[in-house]
Design a protein around this ligand. Structure first.
Ligand code: IMP
Ligand code: MG
Length: 189
């Protein structure tokens, strides 16, 4: 169990995934991806900012030559709910032709962000396109999209840590935890 100070963990109701559990999940995903992409031309696309911690660990668990690029899209009208409208804030630098694209996400919730993103990226003619998400809130899906690689399923609760934020905070927690509802109900007053 992580010995993080009270400063950071006082707003967490419950730890869902410890640092050690996350490391195991990442290793397992890395092994699977290494096996599946052996003869392919892998390009990891990290959707910033939430997936930055995950992709940094995941890429080092993949034992293959691979490229990476970043994208920033906005889908959230406010910090808690998906609006369904995806706007590209920062586009990729790399052209997708000839690449086997693996989109790396922090969490798949309604799926609206990824459903729209996939449509946009498909038009750029990659060889293939798949999704790897660390967390999957399966019960929340509204769009027709599923991940090909999933680290762990999580309940329908607002989680933070390991890259995931609430109002740009908590990304630096080394574990994934459920935020105390008091934090967001207090701030919205
Ligand atoms: P979707 O379009 O509803 O699937 O939203 C996906 C995006 O919303 C994720 O990439 C996160 O940035 C954000 N998100 C969804 N659920 C959570 C959560 O529980 N904590 C923090 N961010 C979340
Ligand atoms: Mg995200």
């Amino acid at each position: 169990m992580c010995m993080f100070s009270e400063n950071m963990s006082k707003d967490i109701r419950e730890v869902l995934l410890t640092e050690e559990q996350i490391a195991e999940l990442v290793k397992k995903l890395g092994d699977e991806i290494t096996k599946d992409y052996k003869d392919k031309n892998l390009l990891l696309i990290s959707v910033l900012k939430g997936s930055v911690v995950f992709v940094a660990d995941l890429m080092r668990a993949i034992d293959l030559p691979c490229s990476m690029d970043f994208m920033v899209v906005s889908s959230y009208g406010d910090s808690m709910e998906s609006s369904g409208i995806v706007k590209i804030i920062k586009d990729l630098d790399i052209s997708l032709e000839g690449y086997d694209v693996l989109i790396v996400e922090d969490i798949l919730d309604t799926g609206r962000t990824l459903a729209s993103l996939i449509e946009i990226l498909k038009m750029r003619r990659p060889k293939s396109i798949k999704i790897c998400t660390l967390l999957d809130k399966v019960d929340c899906r509204l769009a027709n999209v599923e991940a090909d690689y999933v680290g762990a399923r999580v309940p329908d609760e607002f989680v933070v840590g390991y890259g995931l934020d609430y109002n740009e905070r908590y990304r630096n927690l080394p574990f994934v935890g459920v935020l105390k509802p008091l934090v967001y109900t207090d701030e919205s007053k």
